[in-house]
Write a protein that binds this ligand. Structure first.
Ligand SMILES: NC(=O)c1ccc[n+]([C@@H]2O[C@H](COP(=O)([O-])OP(=O)(O)OC[C@H]3O[C@@H](n4cnc5c(N)ncnc54)[C@H](OP(=O)(O)O)[C@@H]3O)[C@@H](O)[C@H]2O)c1
Length: 329
């Protein structure tokens, strides 16, 4: 018999696709949605929506007690925040609230959405599930995701059956973070490339959602699984986008120091004018060093089949183009 499933973060990019796949499989899904969330997409799926917040565990105690398994996908992903402490509040303290409740309520299995940002491989090293963390952090987000994963291991040691998945940079339709870059490219608003030789590890959102389901079905508790299909340089990534869209890759390259200095100034000036900087200088410093990950364990042990990168990018570009056309009408 199908298990009753609870998902946090289902109004988001990853949790939303996961909810869709689970509903397609005929599963009974309940979701936690903040009162401020846009849950139009979820409403169409016909699953149960409960208003609440992972920072207020009493708001979802009752609904979680009626479920058997939990996907904890809620998290804070943002290019820039006026108060960086919020990353820790949501990604570490929020995870503690959710997992504590799961332990109290004897939830039979939990999949926690961590990130490759929590792995901490050294510059030039290919991150794997076994990588020893380098011991320092490039961004607050990275640190908060590391702390969130440590919370998951702490609860695992206390008896919670938890499996961790670590997606790399996720792309696909309906993404409100990395998708802004693809959207900007299609609108020809990317004048120059940053770190064209730097690597980026990528994975399609459908594969991430499927990876979560496989981790729930077959993942060994106490283990982590990297979800990542390809390592490509920034230049190659834009060439692929260019091939999928017919839009030329920018020829100019912006030096790392210039982007960093510009964003440092923007972070000081723009908030005073009530404008959010497009990106934080931390992200530039972090992203600039490049990152590669090995996502083959999820294939070998969970049976995850990654969508070929070109096909996934082409489907993504088609979705963004269709959305642009709709807006123009
Ligand atoms: N996208 C990536 O490339 C990527 C890569 C690796 C790991 N991850 C991890 O995957 C998870 C999901 O990321 P995403 O890309 O799907 O981000 P997203 O689209 O921004 O979605 C985040 C989800 O978390 C919810 N949320 C945030 N704060 C919450 C709170 N206090 N209480 C309840 N729900 C809250 C959001 O609700 P609202 O709709 O109300 O904001 C939304 O449903 C995160 O943990 C992220 O760190 C993402």
């Amino acid at each position: 018999m199908a298990k009753k499933i609870f998902i946090t973060g289902a109004t988001g990019f990853i949790g939303g696709r996961l909810a869709e796949l689970l509903v397609e499989r005929g599963e009974e899904v309940k979701t936690l949605v903040r009162p401020t969330s846009n849950f139009q997409r979820l409403s169409k799926l016909g699953l149960q929506i409960v208003l609440g917040d992972i920072l207020e565990p009493d708001s979802f105690r009752k609904v979680l007690s009626s479920c058997e398994v939990l996907y904890h996908c809620a998290g804070l992903v943002a290019p820039w925040l006026p108060d960086k402490r919020l990353f820790y509040k949501v990604n570490a303290d929020g995870t503690r609230n959710v997992l504590k409740l799961a332990l109290d309520l004897n939830i039979s299995k939990v999949v926690h959405t961590s990130s490759v940002a929590a792995i901490g491989q050294r510059v030039g090293e290919i991150g794997t599930e076994e990588t020893q963390h380098r011991g320092y952090f490039f961004t607050t987000y990275e640190h908060s995701k590391y702390m969130g994963e440590q919370v998951a291991w702490e609860f695992y040691k206390n008896g919670l059956p938890v499996v961790v998945v670590n997606p790399s940079t996720v792309f696909g339709p309906a993404d409100r973070n990395f998708g802004r870059l693809i959207d900007a490219f299609l609108k020809r608003r990317i004048p120059a490339l940053l770190s064209p030789q730097g690597y980026r590890a990528l994975v399609f959102v459908d594969d991430v959602a499927t990876g979560h389901i496989l981790a729930m079905e077959k993942g060994e508790v106490g283990q982590r699984y990297i979800l990542s299909s390809a390592n490509v340089t920034t230049r190659d990534f834009f060439s692929l986008l260019s091939r999928a869209s017919g839009i030329a890759t920018p020829k100019l390259v912006i030096p790392q120091w210039l982007a960093y200095t510009g964003l440092r100034s923007a972070e000081l000036l723009l908030p005073v004018l009530g404008i959010r900087p497009p990106l934080s200088s931390e992200w530039v410093r972090g992203g600039g060093r490049g990152a590669r990950f090995d996502g083959t364990r999820a294939s070998r042990e969970l049976g995850l089949v990654y969508t070929p990168l070109e096909e996934a990018l082409s489907r993504t570009v088609s979705w963004y183009k269709a959305r642009l056309r709709e807006k123009e009408l």
